[in-house]
Design a protein around this ligand. Structure first.
Ligand code: 5GP
Ligand code: ZN
Length: 113
């Protein structure tokens, strides 16, 4: 999708801080960093939301998520982590390329919830 920010990140047209990459999946730091280490995990194929995912694409993304979560845990040493996904404007989705938020948590006042 030519006007999709995350497709532009995948193509290297927009810079990002990469956390993980394989053939099917890219993970990079969220530009807003709700908490330290806040990371987005996306499929390299453009799919707008959870309803559009094929089993194969879902498998690729969810296979990568625990690896990336462990790497974030090791690097940032959070005391918890939220794994979140928003679908549709009314659920808080603002970028319409499917993504999982990995949100490390550091206790009260860490910026989330
Ligand atoms: P959503 O609200 O759709 O669940 O999450 C979209 C996320 O993408 C937001 O947390 C937002 O900060 C992040 N984001 C939007 N544009 C960019 C960008 O250009 N680069 C990066 N790294 N993150 C972005
Ligand atoms: Zn896209």
């Amino acid at each position: 999708m030519s006007d999709c920010i995350f497709c532009k990140i995948i193509n290297g047209d927009i810079p990002s801080s990469k956390v993980y990459e394989d053939e099917h999946v890219l993970a990079f730091l969220d530009i807003s960093q709700v908490t330290k280490g806040h990371t987005l995990v996306i499929p390299k194929i453009h799919k707008e939301n959870v309803y559009e995912l094929t089993p194969e694409i879902a498998a690729h993304v969810f296979e990568a998520v625990p690896k990336i979560a462990r790497a974030i845990k090791q690097e940032f040493n959070p005391i918890g982590m939220n794994v979140l996904n928003n679908n549709g404007e009314h659920a808080g989705q603002s970028v319409f390329h499917f993504h999982i938020h990995l949100l490390p948590r550091y206790g009260e006042g860490d910026g989330f919830g």
